[in-house]
Design a protein around this ligand. Structure first.
Ligand code: EAX
Length: 323
């Protein structure tokens, strides 16, 4: 009997002393499915955070845009009606203008370059700018390099993209950049995209391989071109309404958990990049793997003058200089 009584007595003492807290359930949302890179990253974060707080905090995940488009979710996190969002930077520049710089086409050379910039002083400075706007970015996660799909024709070079009506994110930097390719950009929230492709409202779209896979775009798009025309960072953002109530120790737990989440999300992006092309081919897509990247870079070069004017030539150069 003694053995049974002891834990109960201990619980009673802890409860009386206020040491036992009710469990806080945090609502975390993202655009794609639970098995996608966003789901993998979010789950790694949640598991670690729950463990590190001895279960005082846990997540309830809302995949597949269940809480709305990314712009709506960022807004809700800022307001405190949603606790956490794992989102691309697509609509983020509308809240924090300084972040727009990372959405410039052909700014990052490859994944190593992008991740080094986002995790280094430049990325950390952007996190501070976000904090000032009521968006606590726990870690830069990742969406991936974006590639074009469409239902009309193979894109081998920029001139092939010219005249195509393509859905873009609600992101002016992307839209200005893509116009130089001759694309007719049509901004649209992600949850509307599949139907728009299916009904032919737009000819195409552009997204990283993990998104194309998870969203089954092979069902509604014939052509995929590995244009890699822009890097799409993502962020794990928590509401100040939650953050400001955390103890310093819990903040450290959340931050460390977010780092693990980001690492898991990036690994899933790598894995999808490695195996996804073959899968998309087997699902019937025609893939142009060797795109004339120079034709796209040449087209967008004149737009860099406007980007430099808005975002600072020195700031762009500083990103390019990271080795
Ligand atoms: O963040 O809107 C988009 O195209 C994003 O890449 C997608 O929602 C994942």
């Amino acid at each position: 009997m003694k053995k049974l009584i002891q834990p109960i007595a201990l619980a009673a003492i802890l409860a009386a002393s206020g040491a036992v807290q009710a469990q806080v359930v945090l609502k975390l949302g993202y655009a794609t499915s639970a098995t996608s890179h966003y789901g993998v990253g979010s789950t790694a974060f949640c598991d670690e955070m729950e463990k590190g707080t001895q279960g005082r905090y846990k997540c309830q995940q809302f995949p597949s845009s269940a809480l709305g488009g990314e712009r709506e979710q960022i807004e809700a996190v800022q307001l405190g009606t949603q606790d956490i969002v794992n989102t691309s930077t697509g609509p983020l520049g509308n809240f924090v203008p300084e972040v727009k710089i990372v959405d410039i086409p052909f700014l990052f050379r490859d994944y190593d370059h992008a991740r080094k910039v986002m995790d280094g002083p430049i990325g950390q400075d952007l996190q501070k700018k976000m904090e000032a706007k009521g968006l606590i970015n726990l870690a830069w996660t990742e969406n991936g390099f974006r590639h074009m799909t469409n239902s009309k024709r193979a894109i081998n070079q920029a001139s092939d993209a010219s005249g195509l009506k393509m859905r873009t994110m609600e992101n002016k930097v992307h839209m200005d950049g893509y116009k130089t390719f001759g694309i007719l950009p049509t901004p649209m929230a992600f949850p509307e995209l599949f139907t728009a492709l299916q009904q032919g409202t737009v000819d195409g779209q552009e997204n990283p391989i993990p998104v194309i896979l998870a969203s089954k775009f092979s069902q509604v798009q014939k052509h995929l071109s590995l244009t890699g025309h822009v890097y799409s960072p993502a962020a794990l953002i928590i509401s100040p309404a939650v953050w400001n109530k955390l103890s310093a120790a819990d903040k450290a737990v959340f931050t460390a958990a977010a780092k693990k989440g980001a690492a898991a999300q990036r690994k899933k992006v790598n894995d999808d990049e490695n195996t996804g092309i073959a899968q998309l081919k087997s699902e019937g897509m025609l893939v142009v793997e060797k795109v004339n990247g120079e034709s796209f870079r040449k087209a967008v070069a004149p737009a860099y003058a406007a980007f430099a004017k808005e975002m600072g030539a020195d700031k762009i150069a500083a990103i390019q200089a990271v080795k």
